[in-house]
Design a protein around this ligand. Structure first.
Ligand SMILES: C[S@@+](CC[C@H](N)C(=O)[O-])C[C@H]1O[C@@H](n2cnc3c(N)ncnc32)[C@H](O)[C@@H]1O
Length: 389
């Protein structure tokens, strides 16, 4: 990636950045001078009151750092609702749990569409880690009709009580901290961060036995200097958020690929990137707490985590195939008809980005993990790539 000039920070942002930087410096010192990358990323994104998701950065949308599918067009949520409606119908009703709901755009579109199709869930629960995004969700969803808003509940931890229904997580796995590994002629290296003249600097250490074993388990052979990321907490996280789903489907949508494609030598530097004010760059050690850090999802690992959680892979496909199978054309036509004639063409162009192959259509994938749900899922009826995992 070419070096890119980043936008200057305001004085308030500089002060915020400095506080988080100090916290990370202290963490490096107390770890003996080197912090593994996933521990750094955990602090950069989630340190209480300072991390990117824990503090008040605008994050999603035009005034923020990046745009997600639900922000781009409500057609995305309408298609997701169609898949939810099918599952709720087969189960004879149930709940929806959305993990990491961003600004509430997906919840708004899903609930409105499910009301229109007469298939509302009993409850729509949101598990959100970010206090300020929770506030934005509350504000946005309070504009829904009171009968819909009455279904929405915020929860602080995965649902403790058994439920049937659908769990949705759009672009959440890519926000979980990743560890970074590099192949080398001296053996596998773990990447992390150290202090150099008071600044943060990338540094490597020989990988631990557990990391070497993990790479062997993944059946990955790294070329010299090839870098990859993997998410150490993925399996526990998937187990924890799906434990109380007794019957139904968990839908994970994110940019990612099967392991053998993700870790191919065609991506010698891995997939970790930083987003700041809609600019994408590859320096995670600047703009601390003010920029998003994210890496592509290893969907083979998601499937393995699902199996460890006692779930079955019920489908894996591209976002384009999923949305098209969930009535994308029909939802887009209806959305256009609801808009004033002058804004319809622009809105349609935004919606098309969801399915275009060189945009979100193929980079993003959708995986369904099911428990006690024997029926097929409409969203995977065009192509199911499960065998490629
Ligand atoms: C990239 S944003 C995607 C937001 C939204 N799903 C969308 O597509 O617009 C990631 C979201 O996941 C939330 N998040 C990250 N880690 C989480 C976790 N462990 N539990 C719950 N929410 C989490 C963030 O606060 C944020 O709302």
């Amino acid at each position: 990636m070419l070096p890119l000039e980043l936008e200057p920070l305001t004085d308030t942002e500089i002060a915020h950045e400095g506080r988080l930087r100090q916290l990370i410096v202290e963490a490096i010192q107390s770890a003996g001078g080197w912090l593994p990358f996933d521990a750094f990323m955990q602090l950069a994104l989630y340190a209480p009151c300072l991390g990117y998701y824990a503090a008040g950065a605008h994050k999603l949308g035009a005034g923020g750092d990046f745009v997600t599918a639900p922000e781009l067009s409500p057609v995305f949520g309408r298609c997701v609702a169609e898949q939810c409606a099918e599952v709720l119908r087969q189960l004879g009703g149930g709940d929806i749990v959305e993990v990491g709901a961003g600004t509430g755009a997906l919840a708004e579109a899903v609930l409105s569409e499910l009301q229109a199709s007469g298939q509302l869930p009993t409850r729509y629960r949101i598990l959100e880690i970010s206090p300020d995004l929770r506030d934005r969700q509350r504000q946005r969803l309070s504009a829904l009709p009171p009968s819909l808003m009455a279904l929405v509940e915020w929860i602080d931890a995965p649902p403790p009580d058994a439920y049937r229904g659908v769990l949705i997580a759009n672009e959440v796995i890519d926000a979980l901290p990743v560890a970074r590994l590099r192949g080398s002629s001296q053996g596998l290296l773990a990447l992390g961060v150290e202090l150099h003249d008071g600044n943060l600097r990338e540094a490597s250490r020989p990988a631990s036995k557990a990391e070497v074993a993990r790479v062997a388990d993944m059946d990955v052979e790294l070329a010299d200097q090839q870098e990859i990321e993997w998410c150490p907490q993925l399996s526990d996280w998937i187990i924890s958020i799906t434990t109380s789903l007794t019957a139904g489907v968990a839908l994970f949508i994110d940019y990612g690929d099967s392991r053998r494609h993700l870790y191919s030598v065609d991506r010698p530097r891995g997939t970790l990137v930083s987003f700041h004010r809609h600019r994408i760059h590859n320096d995670p050690y600047v703009n601390l707490g003010l920029q998003d850090l994210t890496a592509w999802v290893d969907f083979t690992a998601v499937a393995e985590a699902g199996l460890a959680a006692g779930l079955e892979v019920a489908g894996y496909t591209t976002q384009a195939c999923f949305l098209l199978a969930c009535g994308f054309d029909r939802h887009l036509a209806r959305w256009r008809d609801q808009l004033p004639a002058e804004s319809a063409p622009l809105a349609a162009r935004s919606a098309l980005r969801l399915v275009l192959p060189n945009d979100m259509g193929e980079r993003f994938k959708c995986m369904a993990l099911a428990r006690n749900y024997p029926d097929t899922l409409a969203g995977f009826s065009i192509r199911d790539f499960t065998e490629t995992l």
